[in-house]
Design a protein. Sequence first.
Length: 433
Amino acid sequence: MSRTKELLQMRNQHVPQGPFNITPSFIKEARGALMIDIEGRELIDFAGGIGVNNVGHCHPKVVAAIKDQADHFIHTCFHVAMYESYVELAARLNALAPGDFDKMTMFANSGAEAVENAVKVARYATGRPAVIAFENGFHGRTLMGMTLTSKIKPYKLGFGPFAPEVYRMPYAYCYRCPFGLKYPSCDVACADYLEEFFIGNVAAEATAAVIAEPIQGEGGFVTPPPEYFPKLAAICKKYGIALIIDEVQSGAARTGKFFAIEHWGVAPDIITLAKSFAGGMPLSAVIGRADMMNKPHVGGLGGTYSGNPICCRAALAVLEVILEDGLLRRSAELGEILSKRFAAMAEKVELIGEVRGKGPMLGLELVTDREKKTPATDQAKKVVQRCFEKGLVVLACGNFGNVIRTLMPLVITDEQLDKGLSILEETLVEASR
């Protein structure tokens, strides 16, 4: 029996089925955009730990920062004894975030925790209870995170009741427009609909925040048109509602800009950030307007491990790599390469209904009939499985599980990228037969 089979037996005996596994591999080593499993098999990584490894596996600068901090101290709890890295990282994120207003940042451990705290801040600052989220959105697996998340199975089924005062409206899903309209003749009615939503769903005067992903992650890499967020932001401002932008998956250079929302020229009131900005360490951030962030009373925000010093040092190293080592430029370059390759694939592979996204954060929505847009769910599953068998790890997403998404480390070499794309194209052709 191979070691992998032994470990799979142990996993099935000792670990509940709830934590899912996309591949049957156990990894022993990973560098850059490559993973090597315990059998010595090499895998090209187009998943990036679900968008966590933008600077690559074990980036030398991140590893060095982690080791150096561990040699000095591992944990004091920021609430007990402060340390420089927490404050320095907050200052750097405040400077990076869009908006010509003063900002403040606090840290938590995960994207879901960042979302929880963003909602707490918005409610406290506005004195209002309600939060508006969107169809296809994903915001985590905690109580509030699950409530804000749209998809029922597997994320919400059997885990209710959910948090009160959360309302959901349609998103700007142009490929499957919930209003049956066509862009651009629609004049982005999905954004204007927020005004109507206040009439029959929840009053603007009772709404603390609107929360949205600039590019929906788990929801299928749904990407709004250019006019969408400016319209949404204007309506929020009109009614004194906080606009929370969830950059947990789309941030830290994933789209060719540090924050994806920069593509829309909007300065959110609050931004949540996690995943790639700490190079694989558990760290998240809530960045927001100083006048809002500073509202909650002393002791109202925080957590024992929040802003752990090793994680903060790792994040500072990640910022150095992204901003000083040319990774933003590389991200934009990858986006151009992928866009051209996917456009060419779409011309010859009928299975590809739409290519969408920003930079190298791109999704391929697979359909069995382009006119009817019938979701190719089974084919997407086969693509993920067959790519793995050929040495490429990719992920599917979307309400129907029919969208193949790209989250490869931005440090991927041209050779690795070409090989991975060739495997993906070959597999898509096979699946379309």
